[in-house]
Design a binder for this molecule. Sequence first.
Ligand SMILES: CC(C)(COP(=O)(O)OP(=O)(O)OC[C@H]1O[C@@H](n2cnc3c(N)ncnc32)[C@H](O)[C@@H]1OP(=O)(O)O)[C@@H](O)C(=O)NCCC(=O)NCCS
Length: 343
Amino acid sequence: MASFALAFGTATKNKDGKIIEAFFPTPVLNPSESLVAALADIVSYQEGNEAFNVQANQCEAIASALSAADEQAAAAFAAKAASSSQPLVLVILASDEKPSSVSEGFLKLQLISQRLAKPHSIVLEGIFGLLHNIAWTNKGPIDLPELADRQIEARLAGESLTVDCVDKFPKMVDYVVPAGVRIADTSRVRLGAHVGEGTTVMHEGFINFNAGTEGVSMVEGRISAGVMVGNGSDIGGGASIMGTLSGGGQLVISIGENSLLGANAGLGFPLGDRCTIESGLYVTAGTKVTMLDSSGAEVETVKARDLAGKPDLLFRRNSVTGKIECLTNKSAVELNAELHANN
Ligand SMILES: CC(C)(COP(=O)(O)OP(=O)(O)OC[C@H]1O[C@@H](n2cnc3c(N)ncnc32)[C@H](O)[C@@H]1OP(=O)(O)O)[C@@H](O)C(=O)NCCC(=O)NCCS
C-alpha cells in the first residue's frame, strides 16, 4: 500500500520521557512499498500513522533499508545516528491526516520548510494544541515547566542558559536553511515557513508556519499563517497581511505573482497578479472600493473581496477625497535585481 511519508530523526524528551521536539534532516515523501516493509520489520510497524522510539542498535538495519531504497542521504544520517546518545525516532505516515504526535507535527513542519510540501497542501489541523510551549535555548529545547530548575542548575554550575524564545514553533534556520535565501533576522521565520528560492527576508519581515513565498520575493513585512505569496511579489516595509487564525476570518489570503504590498500597507483579501496596494493603505475584504475607468471616471463601487485574484489592479486612497480607489496598474513591479543578486 502506498504511504505518504516517513522520516528518521533525533528527538528531545522532557523529564516524563515525552518527546517535545524532533529533528528530521532527510524526510522521504511517498516512500516505496518495499522501504516501508523493510522498516516495518525493524520497528514492528503494522499500519496507520505512527512514531517509534528507535534504539542505537537498530540504526544499522534502518540505514541498510534506506540505502537499498536509494535514499542515500537518509541512510548516511541513520548510520551516523548509531553512535548518537540522543533519543531517536522513526515516523511512518500511511496517510496525510491530522498530526497525532509531536514527532509527526515536527515532521510536517519540516516537510514545508524543506520545500517538499507547499503550505496548505498537507494537513496541519490541531498542530497548535499538540505542540508543547518550549524554551528554545543554547542548551537545546527545554519543556517550559522544567526551565526554572534548569536555569538554577546552569547558574550553580557557573554556566548561563540563554533563552532565544518561548514558543511552540522554533526558528526555521535551526532545522533547515533552504537554498538561495537570505534571512536578516533568523528569529523572524518560524519552522513550517516555506521560503522560496530567491527570497530575502529583511529585519522587519516575518514568515509564520504554513505560509511563505513561492520564489523570488523581498519580504519586509509580515506574512501571517496560511498566507502564500507568489513569485516576484514584494511585501513592503512594515506591511501586514491578515491571518486566518484569529478573528474568525475564513478567507484564505494569498498574493499572486509580481505584486507589491506597499510599505505599511495591509491586505485582507486574496490579491491577484501584477497588483499594487499603495503605501499605508489597508484594504480588508469588506472595504468598499470605487472602480475607476481609464479616464479616471468612477464606474461602480464593489467590495474588495469581489476583486479577489483579479490581475493588474492598483489600490490607492485618494488623497483628496479619502475614497479607496481601484484603477488599472500600468506598471507591474519589477523587482530590484541587485537586491536579490546575493542569494
Ligand atoms: C500608489 C503608488 C503605486 C502610486 O505610484 P505611481 O503609480 O508611481 O503614481 P505617481 O506617484 O507617479 O502618481 C501618478 C498620478 O496619480 C496621482 N496620485 C498618486 N497617488 C495618489 C493618491 N493616493 N490619491 C490621489 N492621487 C494620487 C499623482 O498625484 C499623479 O497625478 P498626476 O498624473 O496628476 O501627476 C505609490 O504611491 C506607492 O504607494 N507605491 C508603493 C511603494 C512601496 O511602498 N514600496 C515598498 C517599499 S519598502
